[in-house]
Design a protein around this ligand. Structure first.
Ligand code: 3EB
Length: 347
């Protein structure tokens, strides 16, 4: 056998993201599901009777009309997907040779010491994620989505987002993982009270290339005023073979350096966020050595703190080259109280 051809074929899995209506997904024939890694609903997990497929939900209400879902698929020759549900773990996952999609939810025990319960739940969630990655050998976390109920609420032990950051950082350390540099792209949003913590992620056998934003301090180097333990995430990353590599842009907001700018002005925050995303596209193209990535080629998820701000945000985005069909609006609290909007992207 020609070893060159074999290695090319083995590395040919390409990852695809689509936003599809839940009803359309539910009507797909069994063959369609063979290449599906995972499906994410917004307010609630999609009502789909596919036991092999990890189904997740951000628990953040959609501000659009359609009940859309995020569908992650792989394409490539001789692809075989396997599903897993490990004993003693909440993580459901599905994978091919190169890539793994996983999801879990975890409830915070309703105890007196709320801070301790949140720390414990977050730590458990991350430990279970890392255990699966070690088990299946998809060791490189590419992108992780975190939805934490009431993310800005203060507890006796501090703001819930800060507690989440402490537990996340500790979990990375405990499993011997890097806490700067080669860290996943991520987002952390607030979901309504009473939701579980909901996490989903993509991981791979081979590492992504991480990208920082020249306009922003790396989050893992934020000054201590933003919390005792820094958030562990990269601003973006690219993963895949040259020519097909996907770009994952982390939750991005109106932050320059480490400070929030345009406090109280949602339109200006939206424009500044798009300037940050453009800076990341520039870095991605520089690292990829091509002009592969552009705003027009991105799928955007826009998290809106106050639904009443939606028209102003839409107006600000209509002046960029992103197409309305590729933009999804969700209501969510953003992890700094002065941030009114946050945008993430895949391209
Ligand atoms: C920021 O830039 C805004 O804690 O995982 C963006 C992306 C933000 C990811 C996270 C937080 C996270 O700091 C907030």
């Amino acid at each position: 056998m020609n070893t060159m051809a074999a290695s090319t074929a083995a590395s040919a899995a390409t990852l695809q993201l689509d936003y599809l209506p839940a009803v359309e997904i539910a009507a797909q024939p069994p063959s369609w599901w063979q290449n599906v890694l995972g499906v994410v609903g917004f307010e609630k997990p999609p009502a789909i009777a596919e036991v092999r497929i990890p189904l997740s939900a951000t628990m953040t209400p959609s501000l659009g009309a359609d009940e859309l879902c995020e569908v992650w698929r792989v394409a490539g020759p001789r692809l075989r997907l396997s599903s897993g549900e490990a004993r003693q773990s909440r993580v459901r996952y599905r994978f091919c040779e190169d890539l793994l999609f996983g999801s879990l939810t975890i409830d915070e025990p309703d105890v007196k010491d709320e801070a301790r319960a949140l720390l414990h739940a977050t730590g458990t969630a991350y430990q279970e994620v890392f255990d699966i990655l070690n088990h299946t050998q998809h060791r490189h976390l590419i992108r992780i989505w975190n939805y934490v109920p009431e993310i800005n609420r203060r507890t006796g032990g501090g703001e819930r987002y800060r507690l989440f950051n402490s537990a996340r950082q500790l979990a990375f350390r405990n499993s011997g993982r890097a806490t700067t540099g080669a860290v996943p792209a991520a987002c952390a949003l607030g979901s309504p009270a009473g939701s579980p913590i909901s996490i989903y992620f993509l991981a791979a056998r081979r590492p992504p290339k991480t990208i920082e934003n020249p306009r922003q301090t790396s989050a893992y180097h934020y000054p201590p005023k933003f919390g005792r333990h820094r958030p562990i995430f990269s601003r973006a990353c690219i993963w895949g073979e040259p020519g097909e590599a996907k770009l994952f842009v982390s939750g991005t907001a109106s932050i320059v350096g480490h400070e929030t700018i345009h406090r109280g002005d949602v339109a200006a925050q939206t424009r500044e966020t798009m300037v940050n995303i453009s800076a990341l596209l520039g870095e991605a193209n520089r690292i990829a050595g091509s002009a592969r990535y552009s705003v027009a080629g991105l799928k955007l998820k826009v998290y809106v703190r106050k639904p009443a701000d939606l028209p102003a945000i839409k107006a600000a985005l209509s002046r960029t080259s992103s197409r309305a069909a590729n933009i999804l609006y969700l209501q969510a609290d953003v992890c700094r109280e002065d941030l009114l909007v946050e945008i993430e992207a895949v391209g």
